[in-house]
Design a protein around this ligand. Structure first.
Ligand code: GLU
Length: 484
């Protein structure tokens, strides 16, 4: 009997939940469901500095919103746990020792200074960058002695030094790499933490993953991973590298050019089924070429061998169009239900109402006063545009300030609330020597389209990070077209 299909999504919890994670999760989910297998969620948090529990929680939320439920994972458990790499340290240490023992890996004692010198030499010689394998020749006993004496070291994988490494990718067939181009990869860092490569391969094996479907950017890791499988004597899974989602200019999808956070799509009123439908279209065409379909229909028709390799361009307008089609398929009762779950939920209305309460005289006033809390993008009437530029600044300067405010101040906030937003904006103003007046009014207009609104930080807290960042980006586009 064929082995049960087991797939996984293995996000690193280091920021907002990314649309690329949903894209990769969708294909893994479909393959597992289609074959009656399991879909596993594993959290790859070996980068201790960048990993964040808030980000992890948001990934869970976003994937659940989309309906991509998993059978095993940190929050639901399962037979191969723990499913968070930070809780599996001993497993990696044990496996690294196995590799040292069998001669497939070795401790490397080269200091930071030596590596920097090596790099400088390679640069001067215009040669290839990479570790030169010096510590490979240290005898096992001597290496063991130096480790026991506490000498700082990393553990490296011994890669073959010549010949070709040929690996199989489901979509590309055989892909070959020249061995000399591939470094002796670090498997365990000097702090004892594993790198992505070791943890990823060990976990995929121990978790019984049969198909590794992931983004194309990992293809360069493939020879190292295959080498690890061979070194452990493990059977290879099927590898399938999905084409990356791209901006219109074909660069890798980025938040400068497209909303990439799943939170944005939810907040801006997209239906989860439309987002999934759109993501499926990015890599797959239905046999009858119809563009609108449900998750269940996709699961049934999906064939991983038919994933198209072209660089799919993420087109927000097309997603809006598709979302419209899904919206029109809903019965009025269902549509009402959806509105009540998101835009018109009691929870959200109760956040908006206190901000409008003092400022309305009739119930009808509420609708016009609070409009910007309910729409996606806002308009910037001619009359407010000039006020979107702080005194003494030019429109291009203001656009730049908005960009830096996003990058330095707002983007890094994971716990978005009045206090964190206020602190980020005030700090930014101080650092860049901007008066509150110069900064606050332009930001207010950018995020609401108006000059008179409830308190700026309260308003931004309720609007949420995603709408604020999207509107600041729209405002930047307008500023760039304004005369200085
Ligand atoms: N942690 C990696 C990521 O964030 C996983 C890559 C893989 O699927 O192997 O994308």
């Amino acid at each position: 009997m064929a082995k049960a299909v087991r797939t996984r999504i293995a996000p690193s919890p280091t920021g907002d939940p990314h649309v690329g994670t949903a894209y990769v999760a969708l294909f893994n989910y479909a393959l597992a469901r289609q074959n009656g297998g399991q879909f596993v969620l594993r959290i790859e948090d070996t980068d201790r500095q960048r990993s964040n529990p808030e980000s992890e929680a948001q990934i869970f939320d976003a994937l659940r919103w989309l309906g991509l439920d998993w059978d095993e994972g940190p929050d639901v458990g399962g037979p191969c746990g723990p499913y968070r790499q930070s809780e599996r340290s001993e497993i990696y240490t044990e496996h690294a020792e196995m590799l040292i023992e069998s001669g497939h890996a070795y401790p490397c004692f080269c200091t930071r200074e030596r590596l920097a010198e090596l790099r400088a030499e390679q640069k001067a010689a215009k040669g290839r960058f990479g570790y030169d394998g010096r510590c490979r020749s240290i005898g096992k006993d001597e290496a063991a002695r130096r480790r026991a004496a506490g000498e700082a070291h990393v553990i490296r994988l011994a890669m073959p030094s010549d010949g070709e490494i040929v690996v199989e990718d489901l979509l590309r067939g055989e892909v070959s790499f020249e061995a000399v181009q591939i470094d002796d990869q670090v498997l365990v860092k000097s702090d004892g933490y594993p790198t992505y490569h070791l943890a990823n391969v060990v976990d995929d094996h121990l978790m019984g993953i049969t198909h590794v479907i992931r983004a194309e950017e990992w293809i360069s890791s493939l020879p190292k991973h295959v080498r690890l499988y061979e070194a452990f004597g493990w059977e290879l899974p099927v590898f399938c590298h999905l084409p990356l989602l791209r901006n219109a200019d074909k660069s890798k999808i980025s938040k400068r050019k497209n909303p990439v956070s799943l939170n944005y799509y939810r907040r801006a009123g997209f239906l989860p089924e439309a987002v999934l439908n759109y993501l499926a279209l990015m890599g797959f065409a239905m046999p009858d070429e119809r563009e609108e379909f449900s998750l269940a229909e996709f699961v049934e028709a999906f064939d991983p061998a038919k994933i198209s390799l072209g660089g799919p361009v993420f087109d927000l307008e097309k997603l809006v169009w598709l979302n419209g089609k899904h919206i029109r398929d809903l019965s009025p009762e269902d549509l009402l239900q959806r509105l009540r779950e998101e835009q018109l939920s009691d929870e959200y209305l109760l956040k908006v109402l206190p901000l409008a309460h003092e400022r309305i005289d009739t119930l009808a006033d509420f609708v016009s006063y609070a409009e910007f809390f309910f729409v996606g993008d806002v308009d910037y009437p001619e009359a407010v545009r000039s006020k979107m530029v702080g005194k003494g600044l030019t429109p291009p300067q203001m656009a730049k300030i908005f960009r830096r405010l996003l990058e330095e101040g707002l983007d890094p906030i994971l716990d978005w609330k009045i206090e964190t937003v206020e602190e980020a904006i005030r700090d930014f103003a101080d650092r860049h020597e901007l008066s509150p007046k110069q900064l606050f009014m332009p930001v207010r207009i950018a995020v609401t389209g108006r000059t008179a609104t409830p308190g700026l930080f309260d308003t931004m807290a309720v609007l949420g990070k995603e709408l604020c960042r999207r509107r600041l980006r729209c405002a930047m586009d307008i500023l760039r077209t304004m005369k200085a």
